[in-house]
Write a protein that binds this ligand. Sequence first.
Ligand SMILES: Cc1cc2nc3c(=O)[nH]c(=O)nc-3n(C[C@H](O)[C@H](O)[C@H](O)COP(=O)(O)OP(=O)(O)OC[C@H]3O[C@@H](n4cnc5c(N)ncnc54)[C@H](O)[C@@H]3O)c2cc1C
Length: 438
Amino acid sequence: MIVTNWGKYPKTDAVIESFDSELKAKEFIDSHQALITRGLGRCYGDSSLSEVILSSLNYNHFLDFDKESGVLRCEAGISLAEILEAFVKRGFFLPVTPGTKFVTVGGAIASDVHGKNHHKEKSFGSHVIEIKLMLSDGSIVTCSKEKNSDLFFATIGGMGLTGIILEATFKLKKIESSYIKQETIKAYNLEEIMEYFEQSQDYTYSVAWIDCLSSGKNLGRSILMRGEHALEYELATTNTFSLKQKRKLNVPIDLPEFLLNPYSVRAFNELYFSKAKKGLSKSIIDYDTFFYPLDSIHNWNRIYGPKGFLQYQFVLPKQSSKEGLQVILTKIAQSNQGSFLAVLKLFGKQDSLISFPMEGYTLALDFPISKNVFELLDYLDAIVLDYQGRFYFTKDARLKKEAFIKGYPNIEKFLEIKNTYDPKHKFSSLQSKRILGI
Ligand SMILES: Cc1cc2nc3c(=O)[nH]c(=O)nc-3n(C[C@H](O)[C@H](O)[C@H](O)COP(=O)(O)OP(=O)(O)OC[C@H]3O[C@@H](n4cnc5c(N)ncnc54)[C@H](O)[C@@H]3O)c2cc1C
């Protein structure tokens, strides 16, 4: 069958099966030469694509929960949405969440996803206590910071290349309500938005929408959103864990390509920016609205049309972020291929083997597939590397090997661990073939 991930590019013809027991997963491994595990396919490109795919979606049970400590053990195919559904009402929230809740625990660990709280609370993997992993020979190992630690650190951010994550144990955080106290601030240029990020370091969550078509004195104009979990006494309601049922919109079909063009993107950006109130405004909103605005529109990826789109996410070290972002945003504005969705975040420090985050600013942009976009992104790759940045695997569908490797100084160590535990390269994706040659 034809399988694609969220960006709908690339498309691949694959055999896809799912497992609901360790035995089935082992049988699948034994009967195929190469495969990759797939969760909800919310990576954008080809990280969870290959000719043979093993879906984790039927391996999705809660196994254990300690209500005192918040430590949860579950199977890897369970989604963050299911965790929120079960635990928010009990006063617990995810330690880290990406911008969609429709990802599995296995996918969150394999990509070591980050959220709006990276500057304070690091990435998902930093909250993982233990992983149960099936290796290429079908054996099962438990790994943690103390036990089989090489495998543990290579699996976090390892894009499914070390084995099948079967189970994970991690700590949920305690909350007093399902609401977020949100503050939004309008910034008129890059300098201002970076200043607001720096001033917001004590806030748990921060993120900015950035208008990547604006240029000149408006280059980098943005809207910062920062937030905290609301405490019980701060709410007008006594129903602190309620969640309003909202009607979800749906994009029923792939929209025609001509609808999304430089003019419509510019018009959207203009409207979005001018609609925001000047200065700082405050509100209390439910967690779904704060963390997952895009999840309220089913199949929003169809707005990019049948050819799909690429998400381009990079991070630059803090010291080179301002200059690098100026150069990149100028190039994008000149190219007239502005992204409909552009998100800026500030990462904190993180030491990890192979995960994406490093201290600095990260920008994520969507580009519809077009004949010019590959050339533009090759050009941007060179700028990112000039400023000592790196790219996010889970958003990628087109990077070249040299561009990828340059940004990840621990790649040799990762490959050493991979070769020890998976010498025949059984776990392999279209992406790993393209950028690692395995
Ligand atoms: C709207 C949207 C917003 C997003 N926002 C963010 C964000 O803010 N921050 C962020 O970091 N990411 C973000 N992402 C990316 C997303 O969080 C990651 O791609 C995540 O890994 C997807 O999980 P999944 O279950 O869909 O896994 P898939 O997309 O199916 O797979 C992703 C990777 O995980 C591996 N994998 C999956 N399950 C297992 C398993 N059980 N064992 C071993 N390997 C496995 C796959 O092989 C692949 O390499 C966003 C994606 C979307 C669509």
